[in-house]
Design a protein around this ligand. Structure first.
Ligand SMILES: C[S@@+](CC[C@H](N)C(=O)[O-])C[C@H]1O[C@@H](n2cnc3c(N)ncnc32)[C@H](O)[C@@H]1O
Length: 285
């Protein structure tokens, strides 16, 4: 039984960090002519109405994309990300929010393969309809993204980006994420691997970024470094519940990503921070 629906969270502060980093990585990859493959292991529905009852329930977009939408002082990378969201809305008002498959679809060339995995039947059906336009270069599978990843690597072009973005509702997701990253690096040491991690008051959540950086450092192949970017926007409640912020870990980050984040993260603290202790961290290995 899958309880998690990303529609409740679309466009929140965690989506902003995740999709900004993902978009910048894809932009860098698309700067070279050679095709590259994107594997999205936990793809969601591809796009979300911000006017649906799901999105309206906690109005999470108000903590994220809505705070950026009308700013005229965005750093360049954030301006590019907001431009993608604008494109997804056909240039009109902010009514829809693009999920990771849409962020990819908007930036890939027609011949860059996009392979998505999604277990929720409704989200998988919506995603399949959306990505149908990619023809043979778009694959949507109703299967376990962790298990599928190994079969995707290395991609035929030997250039690729993997996004691992589980719901972490199951405790096992932490260990499965780490195992999937280790396996991915064994098969494809030069791949760019992005992992989203929630900032919760649990040991698993606190430790996963460090474990992922260690996995990158001890991978036997030719990995070219890693970084951990964390954005803390709020406090957990008195019982330690709630999403204080989130992290993106990027293994084999493209040249320039760390500098981009050095500029963007303090801006996001200023604009998305909800308490005086809002902060960021950027750990570059
Ligand atoms: C955080 S959401 C994904 C959001 C999406 N990556 C985005 O950025 O727009 C996680 C998704 O993973 C799906 N899911 C959960 N376990 C899965 C698994 N083992 N394999 C594939 N999908 C899974 C959930 O149904 C949910 O839609």
């Amino acid at each position: 039984m899958l309880a998690y629906r990303h529609a409740f969270h679309a466009g929140n502060h965690a989506d902003v960090l995740k999709h900004l980093v993902f978009a910048e990585v894809l932009r860098h990859m698309a700067a070279k002519d050679k095709p590259f493959t994107v594997v999205d292991t936990h793809a969601g529905a591809g796009g979300y109405s911000l006017e649906s009852r799901y999105a309206q329930k906690n109005a999470e977009a108000a903590t994220g994309i809505e705070r950026l939408w009308t700013r005229d002082d965005l750093p360049p990378a954030l301006a590019r990300y907001v431009a993608l969201v604008r494109e997804f809305n056909g240039g009109g008002p902010l009514e829809q929010y693009p999920g990771s498959p849409a962020i990819a679809h908007l930036q890939l060339r027609p011949t860059d393969p996009l392979h998505c995995f999604e277990l929720h039947p409704t989200d998988e059906r919506i995603l399949r309809a959306y990505l149908g336009a990619r023809g043979p270069h778009g694959k949507v599978a109703h299967s376990d993204g962790f298990a599928a990843l190994a079969h995707e690597l290395p991609p035929p072009s030997r250039r690729g980006v993997v996004l691992i973005d589980p719901p972490y509702e199951l405790k096992a997701d932490y260990a499965r994420t780490l195992a999937a990253v280790r396996e991915a690096l064994t098969r494809f040491a030069t791949g760019v691997v992005l992992v989203w991690v929630p900032q919760l008051a649990t040991v698993d959540s606190r430790e996963l970024p460090r474990r992922l950086l260690n996995a990158a450092a001890s991978a036997t192949g030719a990995t070219k470094g890693a970084l951990h970017a964390r954005l803390t926007v709020t406090e957990t409640d008195a019982r330690g519940f709630g999403l204080a912020g989130s992290s993106m870990v990027v293994i084999n980050p493209p040249h320039g990503l760390a500098d981009t984040l050095r500029e963007v993260l303090p801006y996001l603290v200023k604009v998305l921070g909800q308490f005086a202790g809002a902060s960021h961290l950027l750990d570059v290995k």
